[in-house]
Design a protein around this ligand. Structure first.
Ligand SMILES: [Zn+2]
Length: 316
């Protein structure tokens, strides 16, 4: 049985077709329709039809998407506004006339890296993406930890520690999630620009910050020190609850050597004396971790309890 992985992002949808041993046979990308729910659904339907035509089968489907499903079954996604408030899992399953596995995209990333990526061989793997946002997922013995409400792994919404806020006199920012001082506002890509602006006054891109860091500019160094304190304290908090063997890093920030190479001591600064930080590794599959993780979930579709429920379907 073929398996289709769909990684639906805020700008692109990547679709990949895998065989039953999870070898990727074909993949392609198109733009994500983000403003019209009907167009969004039609696009996913078309992609699955293309995959069915390619394989001459009705493959199992796993979908990764940014956002959450609220306890009443409705989607909440800042990156894809048209799905917010919709019963997307039921609507897609009805439309595609087969059950689907739908999961947060960073949880798909974590699963992919735990099973066949940088976390392979470790029992407790936390996958953390730091890009335009900061989110992750936890896998234990090759299984994604699935929780009742699905928000476990949202370390980006741990609050900024008071001592770090005071030390650097940081502004207390309102997060896109509605809460105050979530670390995502400081550690994700846009957060680097905010930190630089705080210390220097100038607004620059994270890439420009990287250039100034290599030139040993004082304010750029100050941003790095502050950044490492925030991310170190955040991962130390995560370690105190989950104690992962390894944290697998993905997203643009994970490519910055000055952050990755100095992160272990930054974590240990906020752990108990003499205890070690989890291993830190860069993701192995890079951009294709999303479709791979979605397909891994799709491959277990028969074990899942996705139920077609007309009564819950959105009116579209
Ligand atoms: Zn938040």
């Amino acid at each position: 049985m073929a398996i289709y992985g769909l990684d639906i992002g805020g700008t692109k949808i990547e679709t990949a077709i895998f065989d039953h041993e999870l070898n990727m046979m074909k993949s392609w990308r198109i733009d994500t329709p983000t403003q019209n729910y009907q167009v969004f659904l039609d696009t996913v339907l078309k992609l699955v039809k293309q995959a069915d035509d390619y394989t001459s089968e009705r493959g199992n489907i796993g979908i990764g998407m940014p956002g959450l499903i609220t306890p009443d079954g409705r989607a909440l996604s800042a990156n894809i506004p048209c799905v917010t408030g919709k019963y997307i899992e039921e609507d897609l399953a009805t439309l595609l006339s087969r059950p689907i596995a739908l999961e947060n995209d960073t949880r798909c990333f974590a699963l992919s890296e735990a099973i066949s990526g940088a976390g392979k061989g470790h029992a407790r793997v936390f996958g953390a993406i730091i890009g335009t946002g900061a989110a992750g997922g936890f896998c234990h013995n090759g299984q994604l930890e699935v929780t009742a409400q699905g928000f476990a792994g949202e370390y980006g919404h741990i609050p900024l520690p008071a001592d770090i806020q005071a030390q650097y006199q940081l502004p207390v920012l309102k997060c896109g999630c509605g809460l105050m001082a979530c670390v995502e506002s400081y550690i994700a890509g846009p957060g680097i620009s905010r930190l630089y602006q705080h210390f220097n006054g100038e607004t620059i891109t994270p890439k420009e910050w990287g250039i100034r860091l290599k030139q040993n500019e004082g304010d750029a160094q100050q941003v790095l020190a502050c950044y490492l304190d925030i991310l170190g304290a955040t991962f130390a908090t995560l370690a105190k609850f989950l104690e992962p063997d390894v944290i697998v890093l993905g997203g643009g920030v994970s490519l910055v050597d000055e952050i990755v190479n100095n992160l272990s001591p930054a974590i240990e600064k906020y752990l108990f004396s003499g205890f070690r930080a989890p291993l830190l590794k860069r993701a192995l599959h890079g951009d294709s971790s999303g479709v791979r993780g979605a397909a891994l979930l799709g491959s277990t579709i028969n074990d899942r309890t996705t139920v077609l429920s007309k009564s819950k379907a959105s009116i579209y």
